[in-house]
Design a protein around this ligand. Sequence first.
Ligand code: ADP
Ligand code: MG
Length: 477
Amino acid sequence: MNWEPVIGLEVHVQLLTSSKIFSGASTAFGADANIQACAVDIALPGVLPVMNEQAARMAVKFGLAVDAKINRRSVFARKNYFYPDLPKGYQISQYELPIVGEGQLTIDTDDGEKTIGITRAHLEEDAGKSLHEDFHGMTGIDLNRAGTPLIEIVSEPDMRSATEAVAYLKKLHTLVRYLGICDGNMQEGSFRCDANVSVRPVGQQELGTRTELKNINSFRFIERAIEYEIERQIDVLEDGGTVVQETRLYDPDKGETRPMRTKEEAHDYRYFPDPDLPPLELDDAFIEATRQTLPELPDAKHKRFMTQYALSREDAAQLTVSKELADYFEAAAGATKGDAKTVANWIAGDLSGYLNKENKEITESPVGAQQLALLIDRIHDNTISGKIAKEVFEVMWHGEGNPDDIIDNQGLKQITDTGAIETIIDEVLARSAPQIEQYKSGQTKVFGYFVGQVMKATKGKANPQQVNQILKRKLDA
Ligand code: ADP
Ligand code: MG
């Protein structure tokens, strides 16, 4: 039988507010345990939560960016469960009336664009953290994270492969960083994903029974976990079994998922509206003012890069993956006399290579956009060849000056003097009788040999176009 996978994602996005959603405690990551948890966060008796306006603004910003319905009135609810890192015994979340309603996000697939439905996005508070590593036979509790604002973004079950799920996640990841509402740091848990996976026979309308894969913290693991789970469910069904609705954990070491709790063990959260918080009422002025703060969104920037800079779809997609990278590209493309495509190639090629190798962000690049533009200018005006430029780039990367000084100091200027090139070519030809014979007998592939010899003699500095031209003229004479 042919099976169709069905995937829906729930993504928790930590909002970049400086204080918590219902208290004034700091949300900064990495502080000593429990020093950023105030009376509200640790649920001392008598305290009252006060909604952080900035968190509402960020949720609305997200809603507007995915073309969603913004609910003028949303309600906070208590989601009750017991866990050591949840001091109140309930999490404040939104249930029946979330702040953001239905929206959508477009992803690129092998078959073109596809729109994924967003069911809702609601505001909630994060829980604390249980620490297992430093506590032998015990569990430590760090409540610094308790009360950090989140939006949980719930998708429709619209994805049909692990690849589509990852494309959706990456798109979301790019978007929240463009919006400046989340730092996107997956290691630190700022952007977390639960994946709901089921399979059904191709052609069947009804959805199959799903499992939920919990908190997987990298794109690669998410892809693997979903792929594994799809195969596992198909195996179960083909063996005549049934898929059990349950929560499963992905084990990255073993590359498999295993049961965590079944539906029967699932919590009854006993949701009810939180009596301590009034409904969140938003007026048009608040929403319109928030709309004014939207930056150019990734899709719009992608389209603009294709038209304004004549870039391919793929190039434009790569360059707009983060706002910082896009800004770097635009600064370099605007400053150089070379063309935008060359700038794109340098960014995707050498620059990305060095950044990856040293695990640096584009904002940490030792070679700034203006410097890269200068280097490309020197290729453009034939001072150096593209090949020599790679050497110059390496020197620039190590912080040893601007392209012009490096070219001067190291004597890298391209040889464009026709007379000089001709002399060298004559020398090469004089000692290459057998190769000339080969060439004349029709083995024109040997042409590369002559070019190579000339380049070797000039340490790569001869202008390649001129070398080719003069060689051709002499050999074909
Ligand atoms: P819950 O209340 O248990 O969290 P929801 O109805 O809110 O369940 O769905 C949670 C997520 O699971 C959503 O992203 C939804 O698209 C996805 N989902 C629901 N049913 C299925 C299914 N049969 N297969 C795959 N994903 C599903
Ligand atoms: Mg849910």
